[in-house]
Design a protein around this ligand. Structure first.
Ligand code: GTP
Ligand code: MG
Length: 397
């Protein structure tokens, strides 16, 4: 026999509580948890009083109003800790009918999540002004399109989740406070591939007390849905592989710029200082040799320890050798461009030489180095070789 917990968050629902509790208690085989946020109207005290006579009624008190989302989160955690198999969300304002629970629970026999839906065939809302209706329908429509959720009622709060389903939704990271919590949970459930069904319900506008819906709650929902939608679009347009490639490229360029700065900086300091032509014959050549060697070393270290750190080779010596060869290949490309432009095409001006070597040549050489670093020095080639040599697990361990 499955243990079923109905969770009702309350804030100032005193007038609705007693009849709602008795209607829920009339449903067989369910227990009820009221999550009250220290309601000033005494809802929590009333819940305690009712619970004294009802073993199936539990009350969770929180010290202050902290939003519907966190109330459900705490309620779910309580339910999981107390071993319930099915956890049902329900509003405490009388909008959701306990008498419809049986249909939702019946659908739970064959699904992981069941949504009590106002907007599928057979579902309806009573006594809602057209503005409220529009807001709800527009909210669901926006979330449906932005998050590609194939459901009609995305914001409703009459739902059941299986214990396993809840566990897959990583509750700890759900930050949404208002009814956006419902959208958040449904999007997660859909993303992890849970089996979700919609069952028609009749939603009855509250008769007592006042709605806690406010502008901040609506703004939170619009902002979050928009953000999640853009994230979704971003990961569709730029899949992880592409983003990894772009990240690596930027890191590689940053390391290269640092190397360039070291080359110029060290050369200048040596050239005007200890290795000036006045004090050492051939000083500038020596200064250039030292500065370029330091730049290459810095480049290697930067790429090894940062850009390509996840693919670095265990055989440092061979990786260094390959790095040197790839760097020389890049240099040869720049020189080759200069040679073709100057001697083959006959473009001999200073500007042409600069464009061919420092613009076209540098770009092509840098591109070649990036490709070689990625695929040969640090990349798949290095990994494949390691596997070939039977070192498959050395890096992963
Ligand atoms: N514990 C707790 N319950 C809350 C909080 N905010 C709302 N609730 C409860 O959540 C349920 C739904 O809230 P309502 O005020 O009806 O808001 P709604 O259903 O989103 O909006 P309406 O369509 O206007 O009814 C009710 O039982 C509220 O008492 C809160 O911050 N803490
Ligand atoms: Mg309500």
């Amino acid at each position: 026999m499955k243990r079923i917990l109905i969770i009702i968050p309350t804030f100032n629902e005193r007038e609705n509580l007693e009849s709602l509790v008795s209607r829920v208690m009339m449903q067989d085989g369910v227990e009820l948890l009221i999550v009250d946020d220290n309601s000033p109207d005494g809802t929590g005290l009333l819940a305690d009083a009712l619970a004294r006579g009802l073993a199936r009624l539990h009350v969770l008190h929180r010290s202050e109003k902290a939003g519907l989302g966190t109330a459900y989160r705490d309620g779910f955690t309580w339910g999981l800790n107390h071993g319930f198999d099915i956890l049902v969300e329900m509003d405490g304002d009388g909008s959701h009918q306990p008498e419809e629970l049986s249909r939702i629970l019946a659908a739970m026999e064959s699904h992981d999540v069941v949504i009590g839906s106002r907007w599928v065939d057979g579902g309806k809302v009573t006594d809602w002004p057209w503005r409220r209706m529009l807001l709800s329908r527009a909210g669901s429509a926006y979330a449906r399109v932005a998050l590609a959720l194939p459901f009609e009622d995305i914001t409703g709060g009459f739902r059941a989740y299986s214990r396993d389903a809840i566990r897959q939704l990583e509750l700890e990271s759900v930050a949404s406070q208002g009814y956006c919590f419902q959208i958040d949970m449904l999007a997660r459930a859909h993303r992890v591939g849970l089996d979700i069904a919609e069952v028609p319900i009749t939603f009855v506008e509250r008769r007592f007390g006042s709605s806690k819906m406010n502008h901040a709650i609506i703004a939170e929902a619009i902002a979050n849905v928009t953000r999640w939608g853009l994230q979704r679009l971003g990961s569709k347009l730029f899949p992880e592989r592409l983003r990894r490639f772009a990240r690596q490229m930027l890191m590689f360029l940053a390391v290269g710029s640092l190397g360039f700065a070291i080359d110029v900086g060290v050369f200048t300091v040596l050239r005007v200082g200890v290795l000036s032509p006045a004090s050492v014959h051939g000083g500038p050549i020596l200064a250039k040799l030292i500065s370029t060697s330091l730049a290459i070393l810095a480049n290697w270290a930067g790429n090894r320890l940062w850009t390509f750190r996840s693919n670095r080779h265990d055989d440092v010596l061979r990786e260094g050798l390959r790095f040197g060869m790839a760097s020389v290949a890049g240099l040869l490309v720049s020189v080759g461009c200069l040679w073709v432009s100057h001697y083959v095409l006959g473009l001999t001006s200073v500007v042409a030489d600069n464009v061919s070597s420092n613009v076209v040549g540098l770009a092509l050489g840098t591109g070649l180095r990036f490709v070689l670093y990625r695929s040969w020095v640090f990349g798949a080639g290095a990994v494949a070789e390691r596997e070939l040599l039977g070192w498959r697990w050395t890096r992963r361990i």
